[in-house]
Design a protein around this ligand. Structure first.
Ligand SMILES: Nc1ncnc2c1ncn2[C@@H]1O[C@H](COP(=O)(O)OP(=O)(O)OP(=O)(O)O)[C@@H](O)[C@H]1O
Length: 895
């Protein structure tokens, strides 16, 4: 270190405090990066790597970006999950003795974005702090710095915590520095987040404003971690942080990440984009604030009936009030993102344009308030009261800030005339000076007789008088002083001109300084309105989401759902909202769904492509839409209020994360079975298809029986195992329905209608034909099917998913025998299935309660050990890869 130059020493000293960030070191008009930072940044940003002499033995690697275009580069690094420490010169270089003093003024991190491309209008950007406690609970606190929102909850398990982290999609997670490495790695990979460290530290009094009401120590310490991190990185007061909202996850309908994905609530499975999701369909919001709130509501459907009805009342009123709704929409169009503007004002980086946007937004509020207040609904009256127009603030901004100020706050042209006398005086001086100069041209032309004489200005020489070469003899001796020679003209100054120029420049410089001073003072004054602006922003966001629901409901003919306390689900003419929108209302075939206490499970059969998954999804989406307070796509809908929704639909397998299709299916089934209650909704699509027929069928049946007998959740279960349809005989609350298809001229026609009873045929080969498989292949499949159908007993296993009516008839005696003895398929198969039993055991151990009678007696010590190890695995706490590795290890033991 001693041989480095003082500046490099200063750099190294500061860099040592920010080892995990790129240090942007201000040198004149550039931010420079040195050493490893420079090498890495040059690669990431594709900029030139150079070097400089730093006093040491070797040259110091270096790269840099201009100060004025640094924002784009910083955003690129943040986007990639890095952090950037901004190190500024904090004293005037002219006044500095030795090296200019420098300090890091802000640490920009992925979870603390305040502006830029990384911040999308309709999405929150969360930073979350997480504390695991010894009793297995987790404290979670998160904040969106750009909006000031802070939320806080205590979660009872890692599984619950992981669900919450997935839902909020935090970009950065703050944990204690002694966290377990494996856990940190999991956090990084599983949630694609940057992990940062902050250790527990004392509570500061100033935080009482944010969380004075939070008494529980676990929550306070987690919140303290979050706030300490914010203070350490942002290095300023964060007055816009709102009082922390304390919540519990069971205030909302619970849905795990997979269920949300399968139902495509906020993004589609295939394209991972918004388009095609329920959010895309419902988003008729006009403001960014409304857009963000809609996503939050969709992530957290309500379970409190009163709250749901309150939203529905509002939507119903707005739906009926077409003209008022149009008025509201057009008013909302002129409202900017007040929530983020408030954040920027408090943060101290709002410019004059931001204040003009704020004023314009506030000017819309009285009209919005009038329209909402006039709606025939008491709830609307309450919302209108929260639409605070902040008149004094509007008056201040109206009086002070020009209508079209520049982006920069240091170049003047911000403050209106008449706002401040000192400024007016400066401006007068400058204007008078300029007027004098404007008159000078005419005066001098007359005095000299030079018609082409001009008065001009440039940055280097200031004001001058220009005379073309042919006229030079007419220039008055002594009065004009030569300043510059051009190709065909000479430029002169006079003492009076210079005097006026000095006056003008001085006045301008002074007014620019004054304007900045005044602007900062106005911004400070605006700060006092932040709590009011935040309340207003919330009310606007709510109004926007409710009008969006009303607009969609009106346009798409949705109806108000009713809620049943008797656990009845009765949907008449129900539609899948997104498929209906994509296919068109004319093409979409509506379907009914009826379930109650005596009819808790629907076993859905029918050919591929017949509409089974769509039907199941439409039931779940209808329930979710109802519980966020929106109307639903049906002619009539009576619904229970569901506490949780579980889905396993389609093949959204996490193969990249090391999970096999079957494993994912089993894990999700386990999750549902472990948590569902009689107030839950379960959708299982072809569970068990990913393994050999008997395994799959056995599992499917065992799962159905378990849910039926022990949980009683409303369940829709689709399957290609036709044998399972016989369960209707033995499970009193299970009913068969099927998706209809008919054959016309040898071609299959899907009717997309759900009808009572079981399907009689599979049409798998027809679907393959539709998919364009070669005709010779299709013919061969037909021959094989016919052959197998002839020799049913031998080939039962293989044909089960492509069974014809004749085959069903041939199987009838076995079914009858089975039915007589209780559970048809497994018992009917009798001894044959007993042979299969051992292979099923391993999979059933995932559902301990479903496992058949103890078979341990016949197992070897080694096998018992493996079984015990399997039983003790906490699968949901392992990464997919760890689970697979463990399985591999156990399997190896057996071999
Ligand atoms: N009610 C409906 N009205 C019109 N079209 C529908 C309807 N339901 C489904 N469809 C269309 O049929 C296609 C197949 O539906 P879906 O995926 O639900 O079939 P499936 O029976 O679950 O098939 P598989 O068994 O192969 O998974 C959908 O993509 C949709 O375009």
């Amino acid at each position: 270190m001693p041989s480095y130059t003082p500046m490099i020493q200063q750099y190294l000293h500061i860099k040592a405090q920010y080892p995990d960030a790129f240090l942007f070191f201000r040198l004149g008009d550039f931010y420079e990066l040195f050493f490893d930072d420079a090498i890495k940044a040059a690669q990431e940003l594709e900029i030139t790597l150079t070097s400089r002499d730093g006093g040491g033995d070797e040259r110091v690697p270096m790269c840099g970006v201009p100060y004025h275009s640094a924002q784009g580069y910083i955003e690129q690094l943040i986007e990639k999950g890095y952090k950037v420490a901004i190190c500024e010169q904090v004293e005037d270089p002219k006044a500095a003795k030795g090296v200019v003093r420098r300090e890091v003024v802000q640490l920009i991190t992925p979870g603390t974005l305040m502006e830029g491309k990384g911040l999308s209008d309709k999405e929150n950007c969360y930073l979350a702090a997480l504390t695991p406690f010894a009793d297995g609970t987790y404290g979670l606190a998160y904040a969106d710095l750009s909006t000031g929102e802070v939320r806080l909850t205590l979660l009872s398990s890692w599984e619950e915590t992981a669900n919450e982290l997935h839902a909020i999609r935090a970009r950065e997670l703050v944990v204690s520095s002694d966290s377990d490495d494996g856990w940190v790695r999991e956090l990084k990979e599983r949630f694609a987040a940057t992990v940062s460290y902050e250790d527990e530290a004392a509570w500061r009094d100033e935080w009482d404003r944010v969380a004075g009401h939070v008494g529980q120590e676990k929550l306070r310490s987690t919140l303290a971690r979050l706030l300490h991190y914010l203070v350490r990185t942002q290095k300023r007061r964060l007055d816009h942080l709102q009082p922390a909202e304390l919540y519990q996850v069971d205030q909302y309908m619970k849905m795990d990440r997979h269920s949300k994905q399968h139902l495509e609530l906020v993004e589609t499975v295939r394209l991972k984009g918004r388009k095609g999701s329920l959010l895309w369909l419902l988003d008729e919001t006009v403001t960014a604030m409304g857009g963000r709130l809609l996503k939050q509501w969709l992530d957290r459907p309500l379970v409190n009936r009163e709250e749901i009805e309150r939203r529905l009342d509002f939507v119903e009123t707005l739906k009926a009030a077409y003209f008022e709704r149009q008025e509201l929409r057009s008013g909302l169009h002129s409202v900017y993102d007040i929530e983020r503007l408030a954040g920027r004002i408090s943060y101290g980086n709002a410019n004059a344009r931001d204040l003009v946007q704020l004023k314009k937004s506030l000017l819309e509020v009285p009209a919005l308030r009038r329209t909402v207040g006039a709606l025939p609904l008491s709830e609307a009256g309450r919302l209108a009261e929260r639409l605070d127009p902040c008149e004094e603030l509007v008056e201040l901004l109206e009086r002070s800030i020009q209508e079209q100020p520049p982006l920069s706050v240091k170049e003047g042209n911000i403050i209106k005339d008449g706002y401040d006398q000192r400024l007016d005086r400066c401006r007068d001086a400058s204007r008078n000076g300029k007027a004098w100069i404007a008159e000078l041209e005419a005066k001098e032309r007359e005095a000299t007789g030079i018609k082409s004489l001009k008065v001009g200005y440039n940055r280097v020489f200031g004001y001058y008088i220009e005379v073309t070469k042919p006229n030079l003899p007419l220039v008055p001796e002594g009065r004009y002083e030569r300043k510059q020679t051009l190709a065909n003209a000479e430029r002169f100054i006079t003492p009076e001109l210079k005097e006026k120029e000095a006056l003008i420049l001085e006045a301008e410089e002074k007014s620019i300084e004054l304007e900045y001073e005044l602007f900062v003072a106005i911004r400070e004054q605006t700060k006092q309105y932040i709590p009011r602006l935040q309340t207003l922003a919330k009310a606007i966001a709510e109004l926007d989401v409710l009008q969006s629901f009303a607009a969609v409901s009106d346009e798409r003919r949705y109806v108000r759902p009713q809620f049943s306390t008797e656990r009845v689900l009765a949907i008449q003419g129900g539609r899948h909202p997104v498929v209906e929108k994509v296919l068109g209302t004319q093409t979409y075939v509506p379907n009914d769904c009826y379930m109650d206490r005596e009819r808790e499970m629907l076993l859905i059969t029918g050919p591929n492509m017949a509409g089974k998954s769509t039907y199941m999804r439409q039931v779940a989406l209808t329930a979710i839409m109802a519980q966020i307070g929106c109307f639903v796509p049906a002619e009539r809908a009576v619904l229970p209020i569901f506490d949780q929704v579980f889905t396993r639909i389609g093949a959204a397998d996490d193969l990249a994360a090391g999970q096999s299709t079957f494993m994912v299916e089993m894990l999700e089934a386990r999750h549902a079975i472990a948590h569902a209650t009689q107030n839950s909704l379960i959708l299982f699509d072809e569970i068990g298809r990913g393994t050999s027929t008997y395994d799959g069928m056995a599992l499917a049946q065992a799962i159905i029986e378990y849910i039926h007998d022990r949980i009683g959740a409303k369940t829709l279960f689709s399957t290609h195992y036709h044998e399972l349809t016989a369960l209707e005989e033995t499970l009193p609350r299970l009913v068969n329905v099927h998706a209809r298809a008919v054959e016309e001229n040898g071609k299959v026609v899907f009717l997309h209608q759900i009808a009572a009873g079981a399907a009689d045929k599979s049409y798998g080969i027809h679907v393959a034909e539709l998919a364009g498989l070669p005709s010779s292949l299709i013919e061969r499949a037909r021959c094989l099917l016919a052959e197998w159908e002839q020799s049913t007993p031998k080939r039962e296993a293989a044909e089960s998913s492509a069974r014809s009516p004749q085959a069903d008839e041939e199987d009838a005696p076995a079914k009858t025998a089975g039915q007589a003895s209780g559970r048809p398929p497994s018992r009917a198969a009798g001894e044959r299935k007993a042979r299969e039993r051992e292979t099923v055991v391993e999979q059933l151990t995932m559902f301990p309660d479903l496992a058949p009678a103890p078979v341990g007696a016949s197992l070897s010590q080694k096998e018992k050990k493996v079984l015990a190890a399997l039983k003790d695995l906490h699968l949901l706490e392992m990464t997919p890869l760890e689970a697979l590795n463990k399985l591999y290890e156990l399997q190896k033991l057996l071999k």
